[in-house]
Design a protein around this ligand. Structure first.
Ligand code: FAD
Length: 477
């Protein structure tokens, strides 16, 4: 790549979260003059950083993206806590585990703040990357890429105007850059709040400084209409996320109701969290809404592009929001390399290529919302998982289970969905044939062993079976 070609081009990135901080490093590495504007102060200097989920599950797509700046190995091998499978907590307190894939396949529990901080620190080694913390984008002219920021003590005291050759909006689900794009004709947008909220609790380390539950699992308490999950932290605690319908949250107004709810639904978790702590943490935190957003196109000419949650916020049930957002950085990098010097073409191709994948992932995340809280507790679900694992083991990459393709590969998300559809159809056909085969056998047995003295009865049943089986098998030919 010709770094000199990019050196005079000024790129502004709005939002220094997980996606923006990574994107800034990648563009700085390519030689662009990068300015990153972040609404918050530098999180590396803050004691407490408020915001969504404390820890996240990172998998192949996120790690591949981090490897663009050489951080994937550190996160996987030195920092992240490997989770090899789900550990299901039943109502009676017993547990069982189900691996995510093959023995060596795992996802990693990582701290949001830690990953964000190492990305910001990584950016400091590029002299052409400039940080502007405490800057909130208040308006953007997408034609000219002129931005206005609020900054100063209360983010409203001063305004600053800045220009760039192009702007990348990595400013999250409530993106101001996206709001500016929405004023352009042809920009499609839809959003959906799900009727469940989430609230975070904590299982602390034990008195002897150990994890209170086996650490190398994503723990799930599936309870049909609601569920709880827990991911391990580096300090040996677990972050617990409770997902429930808004009305259920509303119904729990005092300690007695909370305890009775937990005794009923999550009895084994009470001692792990601690009664007092459970009540304190529950009532001191406000549950948050979960939103899913789809829009297109992601760009305006060669001037503006949105990425990460700004382009495709998704519900968190597949653990792919950050992974997908970070993969956006990889895909944009691929497009920029494919069309050097032609940013318009790169942006157009990125938008066209990425949209079906991001939307497929939003849909999959919504589907997993049901799978995790309800289906994981069903026998049919685990039978299908076992069959998928067996077929994957026997046929290798000719039969890739959905979870494997999404989490342990970089297969395009929309192809993961098509792959699953094809597998479902094939399995249905097999099951139909197996059913017909069984019916045919039953017919033959009935026909062969019919008592000759009662021809009408035996013959009738046998002949009936035989006719039915013949009809069914002729449909299959
Ligand atoms: P954000 O992380 O939201 O960052 C946006 C940044 O932009 C912020 O720093 C913000 O301060 C800044 N900003 C906003 N507005 C402005 C403005 N006007 N001007 C300047 N700066 C601005 N994903 C996974 O892959 N795995 C998981 O296990 C997982 N678990 C999750 C659990 C929960 C409960 C939730 C809610 C999400 C989870 N996600 C997970 C999704 C993941 O958190 C997001 O996809 C990811 O944070 C998106 O990163 P982002 O950089 O696009 O946006």
């Amino acid at each position: 790549m010709d770094l000199k070609q990019n050196s005079g081009t000024k790129c502004a990135i709005v939002g220094g979260g997980l996606v923006g901080a990574l994107q800034a490093c990648v563009l700085a590495k390519q030689g662009y003059e990068v300015h990153l504007y972040e609404f918050r102060d530098d999180i590396r200097n803050q004691e407490h950083v408020p915001g969504k989920s404390i820890n996240l599950a990172m998998s192949v797509r996120g790690l591949t993206a981090l490897n663009l700046i050489g951080l994937g190995g550190h996160v996987a091998e030195e920092y992240g806590i490997p989770m090899h499978g789900r550990m299901i907590h039943k109502l009676d307190g017993s547990t069982y585990s189900v691996p995510y894939g093959e023995k060596e396949q795992c996802i990693y529990s990582v701290g949001r703040r830690y990953v964000n901080e190492i990305l910001l620190t990584a950016g400091e080694k590029f002299p052409n990357l400039h940080y502007h913390f405490g800057h909130k984008l208040s308006s953007l002219d997408v034609e000219s890429a002129r931005m206005t920021f609020q900054h100063g003590e209360k983010l409203s005291e001063e305004t600053e105007v800045a220009d760039a050759d192009f702007v990348l909006g990595c400013d999250g689900a409530y993106s101001s850059v996206r709001k500016a794009l929405m004023r352009k004709a042809g920009f499609d947008y839809s959003q959906e709040y799900i009727p469940h909220k989430y609230l975070e609790l904590c299982i602390p380390e034990t008195e002897d400084g150990e994890f209170a539950m086996p650490p190398n699992y994503l723990h799930i308490w599936p309870r049909g209409q609601f569920m709880m999950i827990a991911l391990p932290n580096q300090d040996k605690s677990f972050t617990v996320s409770l997902f429930m319908p808004v009305e259920t949250f509303d119904d729990i107004k005092d300690e007695a109701t909370l305890m009775s709810f937990f005794e009923h639904n999550y009895p084994d978790s009470i001692d792990l969290i601690g009664r007092e702590k459970l009540s304190r943490d529950y009532f001191s935190t406000k549950p948050s809404m979960l939103i899913s957003i789809k829009c297109k196109p992601y760009h305006w000419k060669e001037r503006v592009m949105i990425q990460g949650d700004a382009a495709h916020a998704m519900v968190p049930f597949y653990g792919q929001g950050m992974n997908c957002g970070m993969e956006d950085v990889v895909v944009l990098d691929e497009m920029m390399q494919k069309y050097p010097g032609d940013r318009l073409r790169a942006f157009e191709q990125y938008s066209k290529n990425r949209n079906p994948d991001a939307e497929a992932m939003c849909d999959l995340a919504m589907y997993n919302y049901v799978e995790m809280r309800d289906l994981t507790a069903r026998t049919s679900f685990w039978l299908r998982k076992k069959l998928d694992t067996f077929l994957h083991f026997t046929l290798g990459w000719k039969w890739v289970p959905l979870y494997t393709s999404v989490t342990f590969s970089r297969m395009r998300y929309h192809l993961c969905v098509e792959n699953k559809k094809w597998q479902d159809e094939l399995l249905e056909r097999w099951m139909f044939r197996a059913g017909c085969g069984g019916l045919l056998c039953a017919a033959l047995v009935a026909y062969t062993f019919t008592d000759s003295r009662t021809p009408r009865f035996g013959g009738g049943v046998g002949a009936g079976f035989a006719t039915l089986a013949a009809k069914l098998s002729s449909r299959l030919k």
